[in-house]
Design a binder for this molecule. Structure first.
Ligand SMILES: [Zn+2]
Length: 465
């Protein structure tokens, strides 16, 4: 058997799309790639409360692929449990995580105090997983690293980040483990689409001995030909009925994608000009980072959009900051569009909009991102006619539209094309970050089309590198 220089252990995002955490250990260092929160079904969410499998103090470094909570949202819990080392990520991820993490901490605190008030919790008293303060401290530990520059992050471990085109700052991670023999591990992170309206396409993977590839849409193809038509049709029909279009959107990137699309459709006369409200303090904070990235022409922004922060204003954009204005908007008559977080309707202000708008058939709800099983977004997509929200049942009579092609995740063909753009076949590939069917479908396709050794990562499994 070939000698190994270390091990890789799958601590999440194996057989599921959340809780991305991969632990790399060598005789001299321990590095954690991604530090994500488990989301969705309760059995998964409970895993956030398990003690971290190794002592957090024993880690030398953490690397984040991007600022989505399922990739970075466990970091404050790790810091609270005693991790004091550096956290490496791109500038975009550092800036967005400084917005996303405190918000996640605030939601944890709100959920705990709500559970205490209403007496739902089996724990007395219910405690947050971490607080907003913990999250701020965690975000401050992030050290920005430029993409494409190799840097030693732990004894005998070097890091290179490559643009992944998924959201601003998103990167694939290459870890070079000193040998002999030298070993190279590539973790794709979430991969974007070449059709992303604002960001450049993902860079090809670095040369790798071992490669982890996300498989969110490993069994699906996005139909780009329909997405603008479906979007235009949904908005126009709702406007004709005098209804409200509710778009639960991930605060980071989907809000920008939706605003860009609304601007294009309004400019070409395919939808009427309507007021567009962004009702999410976090989405508005992220929007400022995107505007700056566009205005300053960051490398990952599409060249033709550098210097053009106006492309995120569909005309009539209203920024809703005050909670009272948000409540008033819930009762305001249509037609208008409201974009609000969270993207899978698991929490946030969008719940109040849904409670108000779902019972009326004039309204519509557009689902523009991946909906994890067990979330309200997934229930809406599956056609449930009654949805439990904030302790009551809400009848679903509004039109529900699935606009999955809006996703910022590559589809199966794009994943295969990304792998195929590698200069050499790795010795082994693992699918991660996918439901079992999606992961299996991608593995079968890679085996068939590229002939590479590939298997689905199993939770808790340890691989010799
Ligand atoms: Zn992501």
């Amino acid at each position: 058997m070939a000698s190994a220089v270390g091990t890789l252990r799958f601590l999440g995002a194996a057989g599921t799309v959340t809780g991305s955490r991969f632990l790399v250990s060598t005789p001299h260092a321990r590095v954690l790639v991604d530090c994500g929160l488990f989301q969705g079904q309760k059995a998964l969410r409970l895993r956030n409360w398990e003690p971290f499998p190794v002592s957090p103090e024993s880690l030398h470094a953490v690397v984040l692929t991007h600022a989505h909570v399922d990739h970075c949202g466990y970091l404050p819990a790790l810091v609270r449990a005693g991790y004091h080392g550096p956290v490496f990520a791109t500038r975009g991820t550092a800036e967005l995580a400084a917005i996303v993490l405190p918000d996640a901490g605030r939601l944890q605190e709100e959920d705990a105090s709500f559970a205490n008030r209403e007496g739902f919790s089996k724990h007395e008293p219910a405690l947050p997983l971490y607080t907003e303060d913990d999250a701020r401290r965690a975000a401050e530990a992030i050290v920005p690293v430029a993409a494409g520059v190799e840097r030693e992050i732990a004894p005998g471990v070097r890091l290179v980040l490559r643009r992944a085109g998924h959201i601003l700052g998103a990167a694939s991670v290459t870890l070079v483990l000193e040998g002999p023999p030298e070993r190279r591990l590539v973790v794709s992170g979430d991969l974007g689409r070449s059709a992303h309206p604002l960001l450049c396409a993902p860079e090809p993977p670095d040369v790798a001995d071992w490669l982890l590839v996300e498989s969110t849409y490993g069994d699906r193809e996005h139909d780009d030909s329909r997405v603008a038509d479906d979007f235009a049709e949904a908005v126009s029909e709702t406007a004709r009925r005098g209804g409200v279009v509710v778009i639960p959107a991930f605060a980071v990137d989907r809000t920008e994608g939706v605003l860009f699309q609304l601007r294009e459709l309004a400019a070409s006369g395919r939808i009427p000009r309507l007021p567009v409200f962004v009702d999410s303090p976090m989405a508005l904070a992220a929007l400022r980072v995107y505007r700056r990235a566009l205005a300053e022409g960051w490398d990952e922004v599409r060249p033709e959009l550098r210097g053009r922060d106006d492309v995120l204003d569909p005309g009539g954009l209203e920024e809703v900051r005050d909670p009272r204005a948000s409540r008033a908007l819930c009762e305001a008559p249509g037609p208008f569009v409201v974009v609000s977080a969270s993207g899978m309707a698991t929490g946030g202000r969008v719940l109040h909009h849904l409670i108000e708008r779902l019972p009326d058939p004039r309204n519509s709800v557009l689902l523009v991102g991946y909906q994890v099983r067990g979330t309200r977004g997934h229930r809406l997509l599956s056609g449930e006619r009654n949805l439990k929200m904030l302790g009551r049942y809400v009848p679903v009579r509004a039109q529900i539209r699935d606009l999955a092609a809006f996703s910022v995740h590559a589809d199966a063909s794009e994943l295969v094309a990304w792998l195929a753009s590698a200069r050499h076949a790795p010795r082994g590939v693992f699918t991660v970050h996918g439901e079992p069917a999606a992961a299996a479908a991608l593995a079968a396709r890679v085996d068939r089309e590229l002939g590479w050794p590939i298997v689905a990562a199993r939770d808790g499994e340890v691989i010799r590198l």
